[in-house]
Design a protein around this ligand. Structure first.
Ligand code: COS
Length: 396
């Protein structure tokens, strides 16, 4: 690996990280990939894998060592996610909300007491975190959310509903964005809270039946007069919750971009292996130039997405922010993934459409990446606003 300048908060040196990555890649190939059909069929990841991930420290990869994590920087996290995402995305959801959106708000904006109380338990995997932003009427327009947090003495009382919350059924603690100022209908009236799953009045709905990503569950979370102590207001300041959510999503988008790279690489690996052995017209189909073109386009696009993702990660490591680059990496990588999945299906022909081969599952799994943590269209808006700003225009 090329020698790299260490960012201020890189805790794991390059050699140790390469060792960790090699061990992870072995784990993916030897333990996770063979379990993919079982996870797809049973819609759950075996407990022994969850335990192994805890032991390997996956839950605390992004959390600072002072709170019991490994403190990987964003570039290392992205490379880790690329390696893990060679296998089914279901495995990634086991630990990834603790690495990402389920802990990031606390790491970025929490008070010292909030960090000390929650980060060590998230890092060990004792607690599973989840991120609750989306609502039935507030998806892309996250700033219009209506879940209410009303101050009453030393507490807040939460009422409202969140939708499609990843890991809701397993989560112990939610980062919940709720409106503390009803007079302020936009982003500035929103605050972020750390809410215990066990709180009276909090209920989790039935898992949704989804197109893909079996083994990971999403569900509604409903707040009916849920009392949350004021000490759980992230950062102890009202009105900052939307920014906390957006900064969390900037990191999250880099992770999703990395996931797209890993999933696309696996699709290409499968397509090359199949093309090299499948014979038609008296020769392996990889000898046909039209098949070669599909493989070559996929390789080139994966390289581009990998480079963009790592560049966004390096920028956030170096400067603490990468709104445009994170959006661009996630936009390109998720769109690229769907093109690669489509080509892989084409290379497999009819065999790709039946569930005996992994392409059918991976094709369905790929589609979600263009939707969550910002649809492609929202990311285009984020990118366009950023470049407009760079040129001195305030883009609507
Ligand atoms: N980092 C820090 N601050 C940010 C930010 C970011 N990435 N993005 C926005 N903000 C700040 C803005 O600077 C602004 O602050 P001021 O009011 O102090 O100027 C405030 O937040 C509001 O921002 P903006 O005006 O851009 O908000 P909009 O309501 O126009 O919404 C979009 C912006 C559409 C980009 C946002 O709602 C979004 O990302 N939607 C998608 C949500 C999403 O990804 N959902 C998936 C849920 S998780 S699966």
């Amino acid at each position: 690996m090329e020698a790299q300048a260490k960012s201020a908060d890189q805790y794991v040196d390059d050699d140790s990280f390469e060792g960790m990555l090699a061990a992870t890649t072995r784990f993916v190939r030897e333990r996770l990939m063979p379990l993919e059909p079982q996870v797809e069929e049973r819609d759950e990841v075996p407990e022994e894998i969850v335990g192994a991930m805890k032991e390997m420290g996956f839950f605390g990869l992004s959390i600072a060592p002072e709170f019991g994590g490994s403190g990987l920087n964003a570039e290392q996290q992205a490379r880790f996610q690329m390696a893990l995402s060679l296998s089914s995305p279901a495995f990634r959801y086991v630990y990834s909300s603790n690495l990402g959106i389920g802990s990031r708000g606390i790491s970025l904006d929490g008070t010292d007491a909030q960090k000390a109380e929650f980060l060590p338990r998230l890092a060990s995997g004792e607690l599973v975190g989840a991120f609750a932003l989306t609502e039935p009427d507030a998806g892309s327009d996250a700033g219009s959310l209506t879940t209410r947090a009303e101050r009453r003495g030393g507490d807040y009382v939460l009422n409202g509903a969140k939708r499609f919350i990843t890991n809701a059924t397993r989560a112990d603690v939610f980062t919940v964005m709720a409106r503390t100022d009803p007079q302020s209908p936009g982003a500035s009236g929103i605050s972020a809270f750390i809410v215990d799953r066990a709180s009276a009045g909090l209920s989790v709905g039935k898992p949704e039946k989804k197109m893909g990503h079996r083994g990971s569950q999403i569900a509604d979370v409903v707040f009916d007069n849920v009392v949350v102590p004021a000490s759980r207001l992230i950062g102890a300041v009202e009105g900052k919750g939307f920014r906390t959510a957006m900064k969390t999503l900037d990191h999250g988008r880099i992770n999703i971009a990395a996931m797209g790279v890993g999933m696309a690489q696996r699709l290409l690996d499968e397509a090359v292996a199949y093309a090299g052995t499948r014979r038609q017209f008296g020769r392996a189909i990889i000898d046909f130039q039209l098949v070669q073109a599909m493989l070559a386009d996929s390789e080139a696009e994966i390289q581009a997405a990998r480079a963009m993702t790592l560049a966004a990660a390096r920028r956030i490591d170096a400067t603490g922010t990468a709104v445009k680059d994170a959006a661009a990496a996630k936009y390109f990588s998720s769109e690229m993934l769907c093109r690669v999945a489509d080509r892989a299906m084409q290379v497999f022909g009819g065999a790709g459409y039946v569930a005996d081969y992994p392409i059918e599952r991976m094709y369905r799994d790929a589609r979600l990446l263009r939707l969550y943590e910002g649809t492609s269209q929202i990311l285009q808006i984020v990118i366009a606003r950023a470049i407009g700003n760079e040129h001195g225009f305030r883009v609507a």
